[in-house]
Design a protein around this ligand. Structure first.
Ligand code: FAD
Length: 459
């Protein structure tokens, strides 16, 4: 989730940049019907980027095979209904659900239902578990915004300082203010998927967004993938180990279940998988790609859904924020009663604490999170009757949540990853688009872009 609606600058940017985003999302259409009918393509990864690419290529007549390591499609877009309400394992919100947002278009096409989540409908608690009053909360938010304004006015795009350093330079006293540090964690670390110590001060906030208040998809987010996947040749539980793109105009893709051959390949595995280097490219990717893969940041966000017999919290309030120690520890909670009948609180750990939480067992995670809730609701907190937890940074086919700019990164570290490799291999995925990294719409747009490269190459 990204609290982009709380940040007025994103609104302004979305108005300015919306038109180019529309162009990118819609310009890829059908060329001459069957233009690719003698062309074969292997797509590695069945997330929204891979499925979007495959769908577009198939519509243009190509023979497409998707190789997916997991036993299901969706990647970081996956809904679990076992608690009786949609638990979004990865993406939870459509950010900026305006009519030109391509994810919103896909969701509308399957008749999805939505609920707007409102940052204003929230209670915020200090480290002792007492609620912040309105004036104090206003001070916290305006201090947080003050730092963003300071960076905007004083930093160049290539400034190598981290966000933490920027806070130190501007107002070192903020580092000892638990409320302000909570805002940096709950808003910024959550939004960007990385700790403030590791975020590039100028770049973390200079991406783009579509217009509109964020929504959750109450009919289940992953439904929107179904039309993309329908009728495609998707080979699940196929772990790709080597992509060999130097073979007499063919690409040979090796998996744990045998080899596949095609004219072109789109590789949409997450940045974490590329960083780990377990999947090999032959020949190796050139230095620029390797450097960007190494330099870009990839953190985690941990989700924990606790289902209770009955609510001990105010069921009308959408969010609860908690200024916890250490920074990032279960500091934001979404109340499912505001859009379902289930007594579920969804807790989030972010920043470097998410990496710690990911390594906990589910039992340890629940104990850790209950301690935070008991600090607020004391003895009213009961034991949960059901639990779901995520561990994205230890998931071997993801190894993190989403991509963020580190100090010293350039926007081009993201965008140049999509440059065609030997006019045969194309990287796609949320890590290949600076403006919309870390979102489902960004990932989808990169899939369409990779498909377009192939269409242009063949035509
Ligand atoms: C906790 C969390 C919260 C998020 N919240 C939001 C949100 O609220 N809103 C939003 O818009 N976005 C959100 N995102 C980001 C969004 O989910 C991603 O940007 C998007 O889904 C990425 O899609 P993708 O196709 O690039 O990658 P993925 O969905 O990760 O797809 C890549 C696929 O490659 C497969 N793969 C990996 N290795 C191999 C291999 N060796 N062989 C074959 N296949 C392989 C993977 O299994 C996976 O299915 C969130 C992500 C996370 C993790």
């Amino acid at each position: 989730m990204q609290h982009r609606n709380i940040n007025r600058r994103h609104f302004i940017k979305s108005v300015l940049l919306g038109s180019s985003a529309i162009a990118l999302s819609t310009r890829v259409g059908l060329k001459a019907a069957g233009a690719l009918e003698n062309t074969s393509v292997i797509v590695v990864g069945a997330g929204i980027a891979g499925l979007g690419a495959a769908d577009m290529l198939r519509k243009n007549g190509a023979r497409v095979t998707i190789l997916e390591a997991k036993p299901h499609i969706g990647g970081r877009l996956l809904t679990d209904w076992s608690l009786g309400a949609p638990f979004e394992v990865g993406a939870g919100w459509i950010h900026g659900p305006s009519s030109d947002n391509p994810t919103k278009q896909l969701a509308d096409a399957v008749g999805a239902s939505y609920v707007v989540t409102e940052d204003e409908n929230a209670w915020y608690f200090d480290p002792e578990g007492y609620e912040y009053d309105d004036d104090e909360f206003e001070r916290i938010v305006s201090s947080w915004e003050g730092v963003l304004d300071y960076i905007d006015s004083n930093y160049e795009e290539n400034d190598p300082r981290s966000l933490l350093q920027a806070i130190k330079d501007y107002r070192p006293d903020y580092l000892n203010d638990p409320g302000i540090m909570w805002a940096f964690s709950a808003f910024t670390e959550f939004s960007k998927g990385g700790a403030i110590e590791k975020l590039s001060a100028p770049l973390f906030n200079w991406d783009s967004a579509f217009d509109g208040a964020d929504v959750v998809v109450t009919s289940g987010y992953d439904e929107l993938l179904k039309p993309l996947a329908q009728g495609l040749d998707i080979k699940l539980s196929h772990d790709v180990t080597v992509i060999d793109y130097d073979n007499d105009d063919k690409v040979i893709v090796k998996t744990d279940k045998g080899s596949f051959e095609a004219d072109y390949c789109i590789c949409s595995v997450p940045l974490g998988v590329l960083k780990a280097g377990k999947m090999k490219f032959s020949p190796e990717l050139s230095g620029d790609y390797k450097l960007s893969i190494e330099k870009l940041g990839f953190g985690s966000v941990t989700k924990l859904a606790l289902k209770f017999d009955k609510p001990f919290w105010d069921i009308e309030t959408q969010y609860f924020g908690a200024a916890t120690e250490p920074k990032g520890r279960w500091n934001y909670w979404l109340n499912y009663r505001t859009f379902s009948d289930e007594n579920i609180l969804l807790g989030l750990s972010v920043g470097d604490y998410a990496l710690e939480a990911d390594r906990m067992s589910d039992e340890e995670m629940v104990e850790d999170a209950l301690e935070v809730l008991r600090n607020i609701w004391e003895d009213d907190v009961t034991d949960p009757i059901e639990v779901l937890a995520t561990h994205w940074s230890t998931d071997p086919f993801t190894l993190g949540a989403y991509t963020f700019p580190q100090p010293g990164n350039r926007k081009s570290d993201f965008d140049d990853l999509s440059d065609p490799i030997a006019n045969r291999l194309y990287l796609a995925g949320e890590h290949t688009i600076f403006d919309y990294a870390g979102t489902t719409h960004g990932a989808y747009m990169t899939g369409l872009r990779a498909a377009e490269y192939i269409i242009d190459e063949v035509s």
